[in-house]
Design a protein around this ligand. Structure first.
Ligand code: NAG
Ligand code: NAG
Ligand code: NAG
Length: 312
């Protein structure tokens, strides 16, 4: 079998129907650590109730389900043209970003979908990176968010030769300023049940609930979903820079760099690095797992509409 990764780049996958309701938004918020006093995220009767802008990242696995799904079925998909089939057990989420184009409604209603295309491949000795772009659109085709995610297939080989082609990708982070301390430091504890709650948003991978799988995979037990840590960091930045206003977050991207176990403490350090597009402030950030001392999220970039409160 001969493979040709250049055939995958630009390939448009079939559209995926998606849906959510208010209960899904509430469940997601507590899956990413929202606390009992964060009413705009956890209480549907609060006058400021609204989605965390990062919510659409769950839709790839959730789709339009109302019930649980079987993870091993969900990740079975035909390989992209030109690429070998990938082993879900040897695939890791490398990076994720979301750009908010329009505020999300509280309930999707009918006809929403994710439009997915492959925007890049790179192959080296250790495996293959696949970059996907997803556009979240409503029934009329209006786009609400643009997402990029990359996955790394460990040991996956197309041609065995180095290959690198990207036609689109997310904004990348500016370097962390070396000459000054972070402008904001936010510490937060995850709970022992964090992954048990987060999975209810649609990622039912047993790795996040059955310790024997994490042990076999060399993690020593259950690990937290990378996208849960992602949501913790988004909440931290909204709180610190956006004055607690969820809609202040316009772009949020990271690389996943090391695992977190449910119960570990997270520390997010944030530097303002200049003006971003459309009146936002650009920040660079990193989220460290206090338990291991390692960065769990690296290359963090966000565009935030800065509140008057945090300007003081
Ligand atoms: C992946 O791991 C699960 C749990 O250990 C196992 O049941 C499944 O067969 C594995 N899948 C593949 C494709 O090896
Ligand atoms: C291959 O690419 C991955 C992902 O970009 C990177 O982490 C890794 O260091 C690279 N390996 C080699 C041998 O260049
Ligand atoms: C700025 O806002 C305009 C209008 O909403 C939008 O089309 C554009 O994509 C935004 N630019 C960036 C870089 O986010």
């Amino acid at each position: 079998m001969s493979y040709d990764p250049s055939k995958a780049v630009g390939f448009q996958s079939p559209d995926k129907p998606v849906s959510w309701n208010k209960r899904d938004l509430l469940l997601y918020a507590i899956g990413v650590g929202a606390k009992k006093d964060e009413f705009p995220l956890i209480y549907e009767l609060d006058k400021s109730f609204g989605p965390l802008p990062t919510y659409p990242v769950v839709l790839t696995f959730k789709g339009d389900d109302q019930d649980t799904n079987v993870f091993t079925e969900r990740v079975k998909s035909a390989p992209l043209p030109g690429l070998p089939p990938s082993d879900p057990n040897r695939t890791v989420h490398g990076s994720q970003s979301i750009e908010i184009l329009k505020d999300l409604p509280l309930v999707s209603g009918e006809g929403w979908k994710l439009k997915t295309r492959c925007t890049g491949i790179s192959e080296n000795k250790s495996g293959l990176v696949i970059m996907q772009e997803q556009l979240l659109v409503d029934g009329q085709g209006t786009a609400y968010a643009k997402l990029y995610s990359s996955s790394f297939g460990l040991g996956l080989k197309a041609t065995g030769k180095p290959f690198n082609k990207f036609i689109a990708g997310p904004p990348t982070a500016k370097p962390i300023p070396k000459d000054r301390k972070p402008d904001y430091v936010i510490k937060e504890q995850t709970t022992e049940e964090q992954a048990v709650v987060y999975r209810l948003s649609g990622d039912y991978n047993s790795l996040h609930i059955d310790p024997s799988i994490g042990k076999a995979a060399g993690f020593g037990g259950v690990i937290l979903h990378g996208l849960s840590t992602y949501g913790f960091a988004a909440r931290a930045i909204i709180k610190a820079v956006g004055g607690g206003e969820a809609k202040s977050l316009k772009l949020f991207g990271v690389r996943f760099t090391s695992p977190v176990k449910p119960g570990d403490e997270l520390e997010t350090k944030v530097w303002e690095v200049g003006p971003g597009p459309n009146g936002t402030t650009e920040v660079t950030f990193t989220t460290t797992n206090v338990a291991t001392g390692k960065a769990s999220l690296g290359g963090g970039v966000a565009y935030v509409l800065k509140s008057e409160k945090s300007k003081l």
